[in-house]
Design a binder for this molecule. Structure first.
Ligand code: CMC
Length: 432
């Protein structure tokens, strides 16, 4: 017998089922609330709303825990490549050797873009934002790709096509933006190495990444692979719930990821650090500005809706940044500055009381900078990494026989009792 929550409302008593997740997360199932009481719930920004049940990723924000399909992120980091992590996230368990080889083969075979797709790049202005190009090109992929998915084998092929072509599109959009010829993928290269080849090879010189660079990028992508119901993943699920295809749904995810409060924060962090360095402003002064609500400035790369503790990804990335820079014999003053900022913020009451800690975006930019990824491509890198999570969430919606279209309600607070007026009678006060 499941537990029930009691609700007293307008002198009547109602019972609502309590749902318990596999990690003992508790929720009140309000799906019958409106039918029973006539009320809806209001939760601006969805801070208290579970929009779905999902078996992909678990986060305990108070303890700083992140698990993909039950496996702690610390165990995955450095052991599973991005491709293996992607398979885990999408299909629910670590791939066997055969699964791994089949999926790698599919990724390799799918890496080329149809020639007509390549022509689209000519239509974008040279300084067009790579996130706009990525989203438009992923959507355009649905005009070329079969979008009917009946079973896991269809999905595996579609997932490989999307993940592989996204990497090719990202590199091609970069090449177009710097006026260099687009580089074709190589069939003898693995996922990450192939991406770096398409980004940095030129007709007269092949780019060969070091094992340290490949490992750091694999780690970066694997750590971004999924993060439960964030803004972009919820967007993907929202679009998917209308039975839109996987490419269209993931293209919408790219748009949601773009903003500086979400994936765009990895750009905003580097811009903030550069601004502090160039101005010569002491870190304590910058932190004081952040604390002054009138300034409208946030400490970018800090805070998270779910984590009220260290984001475990930021700890792993901090160490990875140190290791990569040491292996490349690079000293990046922005990493020192980031650490100084973190030290000051973490000992300041404002951040302590609000439980604001460094998030995934705080240190990731240092890794991307060291690899040579330009700043305007940082959020594209996040999108490449997040693709498996979006695909897995699309699959959950697609496979749910009881799935309904996502359709939140609202509390209307606009005008009431208005009537249409002829044009000559319309005179409004300034404040209207
Ligand atoms: N700097 C200064 N103050 C902050 C920050 C910050 N980075 N983040 C939150 N606060 C304050 C906020 O002003 C509020 O203060 P008060 O209680 O006095 O009104 C309090 O902390 C609670 O914050 P909130 O705005 O209610 O938190 P939220 O859950 O709505 O927002 C967030 C989460 C990530 C959007 C926010 O922390 C933020 O804007 N951080 C900076 C941007 C960033 O790094 N985004 C990346 C997030 S992680 C990766 C991803 O999602 O892509």
């Amino acid at each position: 017998m499941s537990r029930m929550a009691k609700l007293e409302l307008d002198g009547k008593s109602y019972e609502l089922p309590i749902v318990e997740g596999t990690e003992k997360e508790l929720a009140i199932d309000i799906s019958s609330l409106r039918a029973q009481t006539g009320y809806i719930t209001l939760d601006d920004g969805y801070g208290n709303t579970g929009s779905c049940s999902s078996a992909i990723t678990f986060i305990d924000g108070d303890k700083g825990v992140l698990r993909y399909r039950g496996i702690p992120i610390e165990e995955i980091a450095g052991k599973s490549s991005f491709v293996e992590t992607a398979w885990l996230v999408i299909f629910g368990h670590l791939p066997t050797i055969e699964d791994r080889e089949r999926f790698s083969g599919l990724l390799t075979e799918s890496s080329r873009l149809d020639e007509s797709m390549r022509k689209h790049f000519e239509g974008f202005p040279p300084n067009g934002h790579p996130m706009a190009i990525l989203s438009a090109m992923i959507n355009a992929l649905s005009t070329h790709e079969p979008v009917v998915i009946d079973d896991d084998r269809d999905l595996e092929e579609a997932a490989a096509r999307l993940m592989s072509k996204v990497r090719t599109i990202a590199a091609a959009s970069y090449k177009a933006s710097v006026g260099e010829p687009i580089v074709y993928p190589r069939y003898d290269m693995k996922y990450v190495e192939n991406f770096l080849h398409m980004m940095f090879s030129v007709p007269y010189r092949d780019y060969e990444p070091t094992p340290e660079v490949s490992a750091a990028l694999n780690l970066f992508l694997a750590l971004h692979a999924d993060h439960e119901q964030n803004c972009s993943t919820s967007t993907v699920r929202m679009v998917a719930s209308s039975q839109a295809n996987m490419f269209a749904s993931c293209s919408a995810g790219v748009c949601a990821l773009w903003g500086p409060l979400h994936g765009g924060a990895n750009v905003a962090v580097i811009e903030m650090l550069e601004q502090i360095r160039e101005s010569g402003m002491p870190v304590s002064e910058y932190v004081a500005k952040v604390k002054d609500k009138q300034s409208g400035i946030k400490l970018m790369g800090f805070g998270h809706r779910v984590y009220r503790n260290f984001d475990p990804r930021s700890k792993i990335l901090r160490k990875a940044a140190d290791d990569l820079l040491a292996s490349m014999k690079i000293h990046d003053p922005l990493l020192d500055l980031a650490q100084e900022l973190a030290d000051v913020a973490l000992s300041d009451d404002y951040f302590v009381e609000r439980k604001l800690y460094p998030n995934v975006d705080f240190y990731s930019g240092t890794i991307l900078r060291a690899i040579g990824i330009p700043l305007n491509m940082f959020t594209v890198m996040f999108a490449i990494g997040r693709m498996p999570g979006w695909i897995a969430n699309w699959k959950e919606i697609h496979d749910d026989p009881k799935g309904r279209i996502y359709r939140p309600r609202q509390v209307y607070v606009g005008h009431t009792g208005e009537h249409w007026m002829p044009r000559e009678e319309r005179h409004y006060d300034e404040e209207d």
